[in-house]
Design a protein around this ligand. Structure first.
Ligand code: NAP
Ligand code: GLV
Ligand code: GLV
Length: 329
């Protein structure tokens, strides 16, 4: 008998076909996030769960699934939506989709940097509104990105991929991370390891690439925003809760920093109302990995984690709680 897998939302066709070939599949039929009650009902009796970052998977969901649940495969690299300790305690493997989305997310980060510095969204609106009356010397003057200092917070896969792109813009690269990178990695992009305060004081662009953890929640708050240059831009394509959104809205309103480019929000899909009113911020609906190629690859990675664990009885390649394998289950 094929293992029972529940998918919390329809994924690209290639992924759905792959899943249907291997599993007895149940799918959320609606193109919307499941309510808590729907989720609790849907997971009953499953062997594997394929979920999204919009699904909160805690102990209650795991217990509602019953004793057969062996793997929770998240369709994302970030897994702050899952209570990993609760999963480990129950012998449940948790997996994510690292790597395949790195370049796509780094591309979007560059797009946000350019869009904020060169006022792309404001300028597009201006043209559509019929206000373009011809080239003008002072029309939409923005800031240059090339030759500026980029401060990368979290020098992991995405942070490094952004640094590689920034080299092409002749940017000077500073980074702050939990650990200093190898001399090889640093020298490839000529990146300098600094403390967070130095990075915030010096960078023209501050780009956030840490995961959301208890340590990184509100890493950028009022105090940190006050350290930034008045001509600096804050870019966030990691998780909204890494930044104190009301402190950011206040700093932008008062002109204490120049602008911001945000793909993620503290209370997604809610956006702080002040941000919606401000012209110096570009707001995106969490589309960092949203290319057809990458969203397909992420699905195949997630499906393969399910396959290795549930069908081949192997360790899932992208396990985030490897200690689970040493606990008898
Ligand atoms: P990654 O390779 O794990 O990189 C994260 C980096 O942050 C690592 O270098 C890590 O350092 C560092 N870090 C962790 N905790 C830290 C702390 N407390 N202080 C300073 N640095 C810390 O992850 P990734 O693949 O680049 O993804 C990063 C995050 O971006 C994901 O967790 C996800 O939330 C988000 N993301 C969002 C989108 C989107 O659609 N907008 C797409 C992809 C990813 P160590 O290496 O020393 O642990
Ligand atoms: C997207 O935000 C991810 O973590 O994959
Ligand atoms: C601008 O279009 C220029 O030619 O300088």
């Amino acid at each position: 008998m094929k293992p029972k897998v529940f998918v919390t939302r329809r994924l690209p066709d290639e992924v759905m076909n792959f899943l249907e070939d291997h599993f007895s599949l149940d799918l959320n039929p609606h193109d919307k996030v499941l309510t808590r009650e729907e989720l609790l009902r849907s997971v009953k009796g499953i062997d594997g769960l394929l979920c999204l970052l919009t699904d909160k998977i805690d102990a209650r969901v795991m217990d509602a699934a019953g004793g057969n649940l062996k793997i929770i495969a998240n369709y994302a690299v970030g897994y702050n939506n899952i209570d990993v300790d609760a999963a480990t305690a129950r012998g449940i493997v948790v997996t994510n989709t690292p790597g395949v989305l790195t370049d796509t997310t780094a591309d979007l980060t560059m797009a946000l940097m350019l869009a904020t510095a060169r006022r792309i969204v404001e300028a597009d609106r201006f043209v559509r509104q019929g206000k373009f009356k011809g080239w003008a010397p002072l029309l939409f003057l923005g800031a240059d990105m090339h030759n500026k200092t980029l401060g990368i917070v979290g020098f992991g896969r995405t942070g490094y991929a952004v640094a590689k792109r920034a080299v092409g813009f002749d940017m000077q690269i500073l980074y702050y991370s939990r650990h200093k990178a190898s001399p090889e990695k640093e020298s490839t992009v000529k990146a300098t390891f600094v403390d967070l305060e130095t990075l915030l004081r010096e960078a023209h662009f501050v780009s956030i690439h840490v995961p959301l953890t208890p340590e990184t929640r509100y890493l950028i708050g009022e105090k940190e925003l006050r350290l930034m240059r008045p001509d600096a831009f804050l870019i966030n394509t990691s998780r909204g809760e890494v930044v104190d959104e009301s402190a950011l809205a206040d700093a932008l309103k008062k002109g204490r920093i120049k602008g911001a480019g945000l793909d993620v929000f503290e209370r997604e899909p809610e956006v702080h109302p002040d941000l919606l009113e401000l012209g110096n911020v570009v707001l995106l609906p969490h589309i960092g990995s949203a290319s057809i190629e990458t969203r397909t690859k992420m699905g195949i990675v997630a499906a393969n984690n399910l396959l290795e664990k549930l069908i081949k009885g192997q360790k899932a390649p992208n396990t985030v709680n490897p200690e689970v394998y040493t606990i008898a289950n």
